[in-house]
Design a protein around this ligand. Structure first.
Ligand code: TRP
Ligand code: ZN
Length: 885
């Protein structure tokens, strides 16, 4: 191993901490040019490791200046401790002691946005996963839980607001125009949940009365000028609090709940106890500045962070390998919540599309890892779609296997056993199992969902025997090899299914050898490599509806005919599978066109396909949002995943042809749909209003493919009418992609209008980065110099650089220009913000899926990044895995 190669941490090496910290009292003297942190910890030897005798107290710490160390009131001399770049060891101390450490840090120079840093002049923190060690020396691991008292002192003018976790207990004036505040959090917590905020902020306020009658003060803090964009977040918070009481029996446990929105933030939001810190993107919304997607995202993320108060904070993770214990569970909870607040099928379809596009891709590439990883170099790289989204699917499978009541029994037992503890996914599984002894599930097999990476592939075959009226369904499963896991065992796959009869009605299900009432939909456990399910009393040959509601995160291959799929699109009682049938039909069609194009054949879209889309439009008024999703074709990136070698240009051409054919042939229907779903009157954010906007804009985007003058006029008129950002942005997106002569003028108009709103400008950068036209790479390069862009702001980077990396044709341009652009940005970002740099490096991971020309471009760029001097462990891990893969 060369000198700089970072080391991997292994789950199997976990050992409990030698020392515990029961209490910590922190004092922050916040000043430009140097912030002084005084920490007083009550430490004691961990009784669980007492047998090993006295051990040194080893504390994590990075990037700070040590001022002094004391035990009790005695200042230690330098030979009583050792400081390394990663921490501080105190050699000898009594079995219980008060340790006082003074350090100095420079938040204003912190561009990594981890630890204590400044955003728009305000002090803020981000400690998950290991940022606390950049604030003071501490055992920075989640199984060390302490009670925190925090005192903040700062200049009164520049920092009128002083916040930390828990309840504010005291405060007052100090000399030299300064002031202070003291916060106490009664609940022991790991260091990653610590937070402070100090700055010039304003707030909106509301109250929530818990079901046991306690009043909670709710505040959302934002930069002045944004007060009028907090209402939706506040509503979402109150709905979340109520929902968690109603559905999970969980009540809030402090007198106040504060949210702060900051504009420089590496991720979406953070669940610090009693003081959630958010990316402004997930708080600020007004109809004219935020799209419907933004509104729904705010509702989901506010709920997610609130739900962490129990799933993550009251019960936390023993170590970071258990990350999905809190994230998978909390994502599942926010999915359930969003389904209850909006249209459940629409919510499910959106979850699954995301899972397939992002998580399935990860699971199929060199960075594939289990829901509970067993090794990492940099934990920040493991906040992944696998840990979050696949983790949520694992939770959903518990729910599917146990039913809502059994699932709730398991949850109750989990909290009864583990409140106040730092635990593992095994502990969670044990609670689910023990609360449901009557349910027959092989929990050892179920556990494989945590340890085996890779998306299982299920092949299905069926046979109907008219004479015996039986239907035999045979399923075969294979779990693909993934890095470090060449051989897999069969998984326990819950299959929710139905059999749709020729009349379009579900046939009652009677499994041979079982004596049940014959529900029309049920769950079977598919546990063997191959298994046959035989249904009796089946009056006529059915079309099977498999994995209803996407009951397991697998890929299904079943030999449906196109007619079967069109039939399911129209008749399946499961809305998810009606959508699924349409997606399968579209995927199949586009991939066959890609193959025909490669063979030099002439391309034709069959009438039956256009008719199925016409039927969707004819039924659209029943559920406009759902219809808009049926009309959205699978993305180019998802289609690429279905090919052994991605045909970048072929997919783009074939998908565009299908869109253009539908847009041209169904022009009249699309125009009718467009008109019927225009809204008059006040803006509203109800599921129905959102659905109508989605459908209208789907129609517009199809109409624009025909490139006729009328469609262009519609888009320009919609843009110029202003109003809801959803409509303005849909029009802008269509115009940016088109050949309309007004294109540049409209883009310029948008920038002029919104230059003062950072979040709206992010949309402007993103729209241009996603345009499939060949000049995009030059345009994006030029936009790096735009006054509204900053490489230091993660939202800007995600919009422009991330948007470009998600652009299926331009990022993968055959001349390698897209790869070179991204590699330059990764190298530039790594010096400023390794977390963001590493996220931007991930799109390279799939390079082996492309043709030899593209492969060699990508490999060269990956090597260029890897050989950069002083590379962070974050980027090193992603790039080296990608090259190994
Ligand atoms: N725990 C946070 C969530 O899922 C996400 C998170 C982890 C995060 N690490 C972070 C947010 C770093 C910002 C920065 O809700
Ligand atoms: Zn989370």
């Amino acid at each position: 191993m060369d000198k700089g190669t970072p080391k991997a941490i292994q789950l199997k090496n976990y050992a409990p901490p030698a020392w515990l910290v029961d209490t910590i009292s922190l004092h922050f003297d916040l000043r430009d040019g140097g912030t002084t942190v005084t920490s007083r910890m009550g430490v004691r030897q961990n009784p669980a490791r007492a047998a090993e005798g006295p051990a040194p107290l080893v504390l994590d710490g990075q990037d700070m200046e040590l001022v002094s160390v004391a035990i009790g009131n005695r200042v230690l001399s330098p030979d009583e401790y050792a400081v390394t770049p990663d921490g501080l060891s105190i050699f000898k101390l009594p079995a219980a002691a008060d340790v006082e450490i003074v350090t100095r840090i420079r938040p204003e120079e912190n561009t990594a946005l981890e630890g204590l840093y400044k955003s728009s002049g305000n002090y803020t923190t981000q400690c998950e996963a290991e940022g606390f060690r950049k604030i003071t020396y501490f055992p920075d691991r989640p199984d060390v839980m302490a009670k925190y008292t925090v005192t903040l002192e700062a200049d009164k003018d520049s920092c009128p607001v002083l916040l930390s976790n828990g309840n504010r207990v005291d405060g007052g004036e100090a000399a030299e125009g300064r002031h202070w505040a003291r916060w106490e959090d009664p609940w022991p917590k790991p260091a990653y949940l610590f937070a402070l905020v100090a700055g010039k902020l304003v707030h909106v306020e509301d109250r929530f009365r818990t079901r046991s009658g306690r009043d909670v003060q709710l505040r959302i803090y934002v930069e002045p000028g944004n007060e009028d964009k907090c209402a939706h977040a506040m509503e979402s918070l109150k709905k979340s609090m109520k929902w968690d009481e109603d559905v999970y029996g969980l009540e809030y446990d402090l007198d106040e709940f504060n949210i702060v929105a900051v504009s420089d933030f590496n991720m979406g939001a953070m669940e610090n106890k009693g003081l959630n810190i958010f990316n402004t993107k997930y708080i600020l919304a007004r109809p004219d500045t935020a799209t419907d997607t933004d509104f729904l995202g705010i509702e989901a993320v506010v709920a997610h962070e609130y739900f962490h108060n129990w799933t993550g904070n009251r019960v936390t993770c023993r170590d970071w390998f258990q990350l999905s214990l809190k994230e998978g569970l909390t994502v599942f909870r926010d999915h359930q919540f969003s389904a209850d607040m909006n249209s459940a099928p629409v919510q499910r379809i959106q979850e699954v599309s995301r899972l397939r596009q992002i998580q399935f891709a990860e699971d199929a590439g060199p960075t594939a890892h289990p829901v509970r990883p067993d090794s990492y170099i940099e934990i920040n790289n493991f906040y992944t779609p696998t840990v979050y989204e696949k983790g949520a699917e694992v939770l959903r499978m518990y729910h599917t296997l146990l039913g809502a009541a059994g699932y709730r029994k398991g949850i109750d037992l989990y909290f009864q056993r583990h409140d106040g503890q730092a635990v593992t996914t095994d502990d969670f599984l044990a609670a689910m199992r023990d609360a449901n002894p009557e349910v027959e599930v092989d929990w050892e097999q179920f556990r494989l969902w945590y340890s085996q990476a890779g998306t299982p592939v299920v092949d299905g075959e069926a046979e109907y025997d008219a004479a015996s009226r039986t239907y035999r369904l045979t399923l075969t499963q294979t779990v693909p090899a993934t890095p470090g896991q060449p051989v897999k065992q069969p998984m326990l796959i819950p299959v929710s299914l139905g059999l749709v009869g020729p009349d379009g009605e579900d046939i009652p299900l009677r499994l041979c050898g079982e004596d049940e009432q014959g529900q029309t939909s049920r769950v079977v456990q598919f546990t063997q490599a191959q298994q046959t399910f035989i249904f009796r009393d089946v009056p006529a040959k059915p079309v099977p509806s498999l994995f209803r509601g996407f009951s397991s995160p697998v890929k299904l291959r079943f030999g449906y005919s196109d007619a079967d799929l069109t039939f399911l699109m129209a008749h399946d009682s499961d809305a998810f599978n009606r959508w699924e049938a349409g997606q399968t039909l579209s995927t199949r069609l586009i991939l066959s066109l890609v193959a025909q194009r490669a063979a030099g054949q002439e391309l034709r879209v069959p009438d039956s396909y256009v008719e199925a889309m016409a039927a969707t439009l004819d039924r659209a008024s029943e559920d406009p949002f759902f219809a808009s999703l049926v009309l959205s074709l699978p993305s180019e990136n998802y289609l690429g995943q279905q090919m052994p070698v991605v045909d970048v240009d072929g997919i783009h051409a074939a998908r565009s042809l299908v869109r253009r054919t539908v847009g041209t042939r169904l022009r009249d229907r699309l125009l009718t749909t467009y008109d019927a779903n225009r809204q008059q009157g006040e803006f509203s954010i109800t599921p129905d209003a959102i659905g109508r906007r989605a459908l209208k804009n789907a129609a517009l985007s199809y109409l624009m493919t025909a490139e006729d003058a009328e469609a262009g006029k519609l888009a320009l008129a919609q843009y110029r009418a202003g109003g809801a950002m959803t409509d303005v942005l849909a029009a802008l997106t269509a115009i940016a992609e088109s050949d309309l002569p007004e294109r540049d003028e409209v883009l310029e108009d948008f920038a002029q209008r919104w230059k003062g709103e950072a979040l709206v400008m992010d949309k402007w950068f993103m729209v241009q980065a996603m345009v499939s036209r060949p000049e995009t790479v030059e345009r994006v390069t030029a936009l790096l110099q735009h006054p509204g862009f900053s490489i230091k702001n993660p939202n800007k980077v995600y919009a422009l650089v991330g948007g470009f990396a998600g652009n299926p044709v331009c990022f993968h341009a055959e001349d390698g220009s897209g790869y070179a652009f991204l590699a330059d940005r990764v190298i530039e970002l790594d010096r400023l913000n390794p977390q963001v740099a590493s996220r931007m490096a991930k799109p390279f991971a799939r390079w082996r899926q492309y043709d030899p020309v593209r492969q060699s471009h990508a490999q060269r760029e990956l090597q260029r990044i890897k050989s950069t001097e002083g590379l962070s462990p974050d980027v090193y891990e992603i790039v080296s895995r990608s090259l190994e893969g």
